[in-house]
Design a protein around this ligand. Structure first.
Ligand SMILES: [Zn+2]
Length: 213
């Protein structure tokens, strides 16, 4: 399996190629190509989040603990909530929830090389980017979603390739061979949960296009 830095570099190269193709061949604005490059690079380190001791896991939860409470508070204030005691309690609660409960649940739900290293997870990453894009340009939306999915794919491919040892002309497979580009994991719960999530996101995309959300 590739390590964190190998994934980051390989993901960046794939994302850079995606951005360059987007700019020179597909004619997207430079800003979208830069965003595509960033999304692809970030997506390339996502699969190893399921590694309990992984660097990206700590980074993502630290960033989430810093940002999510602010997003919640801002959204509530925009809707007219001004009670500072109430808002402070929500802020603290959200912070502690992410730092302690969410990270604990995440570690329990995932095993390394489980559903996070799967094709459905790749599709989910693309779906989330697709749904989060705020603009109205369908092509840009699709481009960014594909850029993210390609970054994620670069991780799976690198893991798969590096699970084969090319030593002394002999090719041997290690125990992780064939687990990177997978459609299911040993855990029925994790597999079911991932597919339900993927179908849920497909429904949301359908509803978005039907003008329901
Ligand atoms: Zn991996």
């Amino acid at each position: 399996m590739g390590n964190y830095h190998q994934h980051l570099i390989f993901g960046y190269l794939v994302a850079l190629v995606t951005g360059v193709i987007g700019y020179f061949l597909l004619g997207f604005d430079l800003i979208y190509c830069i965003i595509a490059c960033m999304l692809g690079t970030f997506a390339a380190i996502l699969p190893d989040l399921d590694h309990d001791q992984s660097t990206p896991l700590k980074e993502v939860f630290n960033v989430a603990a810093a940002i999510v409470p602010f997003v919640i508070i801002t959204a509530m204030m925009e809707r007219g909530f001004t009670d500072m005691v109430y808002l402070t309690a929500i802020f603290g609660g959200a912070y502690l929830f992410i730092r302690i409960i969410a990270i604990f649940m995440f570690k329990r739900l995932t095993t390394h090389r489980g559903m996070f290293h799967s094709v459905p997870a790749l599709i989910i990453v693309g779906q989330i980017i697709y749904l989060m894009y705020f603009g109205n340009d369908f092509k840009v939306r699709l481009f960014l979603a594909i850029a993210g999915a390609l970054g994620f794919l670069s991780h799976l491919v690198l893991d798969e390739v590096s699970s084969v040892d090319f030593t002394g002309g002999k090719v041997s497979k290690n125990k992780f061979f064939g687990t990177a580009l997978d459609f299911h994991s040993k855990s029925m719960f994790a597999t079911g949960f991932t597919y339900v999530l993927m179908l849920g996101f497909f429904c949301l995309i359908f509803m978005k296009h039907a003008g329901l959300i």
